[in-house]
Design a protein around this ligand. Structure first.
Ligand code: NAD
Length: 484
């Protein structure tokens, strides 16, 4: 069986040692095995499509189209990309060897790390689980996946299905909550990829220190979106389509790279708000067009933002909440206090504050005063502004004139910087994250320079100087005794 419900410590111990044995057997290193796992994943995604739609609706009220766009389709695209490129990624890469070592060959040989652990989060419970797992398998590792207990239908689906489509001895799904997560972290792993909150990320890092386990943390942040004064009617509408799509149609704003708040010039704010309202009316015409808030705790967390009197007074659109259905209307706020909770904590929901600045360039100073986010978005045609944002701010990614879509560009690394986390994945970056780049240097016995060994004298230092300054003419003359 490849799936375990919460089990006592001892059971996890034997699970880990069993996985180590599988890894030591060497079968996961074979490219044929890795490819068969990726094909198994593709089969799972295709044959279980309907079940996937069901569990995502169950856990988060996601529409089939949203589930396909954000999780299933994106995964299929990514796994196919990995399958197509695996041979190239796994091949040894030639590196330059210094002339003085001639004849020699320098190679970078990717090797699997071993037994890796993946913690996933509830908001993209399929994508954030299987995207890293696919890369870890492509790199030849054995894997434990700990899905989020807060998306229980998807977690149960993964636990029941993964062992049937993948090598059930090499890939395990361990269900459970924080206690199981903590128990897992008592063991030694060759790598842990954690997606979730900063608070739990700190715990993971602390526990990992005990075994010197390398960790990648994929955390959250407040992702800002700068909206410049846009002149053209079409440009304005396209920008607003993309903002509304990114904020409200992607898990109702419960996404780590969702637009958290907007920065806009005072004079453009009323135009932007008008367009946001009309576009919302078209896009989120019925409640089924938007996912729901995960649970009562998150509903309460989001309601609390609006309890602040000054924040409530800043609502210019929406604002209604239904605790019975956990529904929160898409809500726009204009200039809530910048020291209020809604402007200091990650929102992770369908509330969108708009902060006005006198000149759009002022937004750069505003961003620089904040922790480095996962993503910065800017809608502008001003090349100078784009350059300044790219050069003067720091974030995991910057996207101009769109939002969220950077997630599905396999050629781009995905990850945070500073408080938004560390360790980048997606595409080849996932393969690299779960590989050790082993340096292999091959020499021959043909040429031997005795000046590298004692007993020392000044001429040996001179020769060494030639070597380190890449002065091969001096070196040759010195070896021939023509220059001292
Ligand atoms: P969380 O941190 O509570 O949980 C994440 C995972 O950790 C789950 O599998 C959970 O079971 C496990 N866990 C919880 N407590 C644990 C403990 N004490 N020990 C070990 N494991 C434990 O997740 P959350 O707070 O619900 O997630 C929301 C956060 O995740 C947001 O900040 C969001 O931005 C971030 N996030 C980041 C990304 C990304 O790719 N960077 C993606 C999605 C979500």
């Amino acid at each position: 069986m490849g799936s375990l419900q919460e089990k006592p410590r001892l059971r996890l111990g034997s699970l880990v040692s069993g996985l180590q044995e599988v890894y030591e057997s060497g079968r996961t290193r074979e490219l044929a095995w890795r490819r068969s796992q990726l094909r198994g994943l593709l089969r799972l995604l295709s044959e279980k499509e309907e079940e996937i739609f069901e569990v995502l609706r169950d856990d988060l009220g996601k529409n089939r189209a949203e589930s396909y766009r954000d999780e299933l389709g994106a995964l299929v695209k990514s796994v196919n990309h990995t399958l197509r490129n695996l041979g190239k990624w796994a091949a040894p890469e030639k590196a330059q060897a210094p002339l003085v070592s001639f004849p020699a060959t320098a190679l970078v040989v990717p090797e699997p790390l071993g037994v890796v652990l993946v913690f996933s989060c509830w908001n993209f419970p399929l994508g954030l689980a299987l995207e890293p797992v696919s890369g870890a398998l492509a790199a030849g590792n054995v894997v434990v996946l700990k899905p989020s207990e807060l998306a229980p239908s998807t977690a149960a689906f993964l636990a029941a299905t993964v062992p049937r489509y993948l090598d059930s001895e090499a890939v395990k799904v361990v269900e459970g909550g924080p206690e199981v997560g903590e128990q897992l972290m008592e063991h030694r792993w060759d790598k842990v990829l954690f997606t979730g909150s900063e608070r739990v990320g700190r715990l993971i890092l602390t526990k990992a220190a005990k075994h010197l386990t390398p960790v990648a943390l994929e955390l959250g942040s407040k992702c800002p979106c700068i909206v410049d004064y846009l002149d053209g009617k079409r440009g304005r509408q396209v920008a607003v389509n993309r903002i509304v799509g990114a904020k409200w149609s992607v898990c109702a704003g419960q996404a780590c790279i969702a637009i958290d708040y907007i920065l806009v010039e005072e004079k453009f704010a009323p135009i932007l708000i008008g367009l946001l309202k009309s576009t919302l009316k078209n896009f989120i015409a019925t409640p089924e067009c938007m996912a729901r808030i995960l649970n009562a705790k998150h509903f309460q967390r989001l309601s609390n933002y609006l309890q602040d009197v000054k924040v409530a007074a800043s609502v210019v659109h929406g604002g209604s909440l239904n605790p019975k259905t956990l529904a929160i209307e898409p809500t726009i706020l204009l200039n809530p206090p910048v020291d209020s909770d809604i402007m200091t904590e990650e929102i992770f929901g369908p509330l969108l504050p708009i902060i006005t600045v006198k000149k759009i360039e002022d937004s750069i100073r505003f961003l620089k005063s904040k922790p480095k986010p996962l993503s910065i978005y800017a809608f502008t045609t001003n090349e100078k502004l784009k350059r300044r944002i790219t050069e003067e701010t720091s974030s995991g990614s910057v996207t101009f004139n769109d939002a969220i879509v950077q997630y599905v560009v396999e050629g781009l690394p995905f990850g945070g910087v500073g408080h938004s986390g560390f360790g980048q994945y997606h595409g080849k970056y996932t393969f690299d994250m779960f590989s050790n780049k082993k340096a292999v240097f091959k020499r021959s016995f043909l040429i031997e320079f005795m000046f590298r060994y004692p007993p020392w004298d000044d001429s040996k230092i001179r020769m060494l100087r030639h070597v380190f300054n890449l002065n091969y003419v001096g070196l040759l003359l010195g070896l021939l005794g023509l220059r001292r």
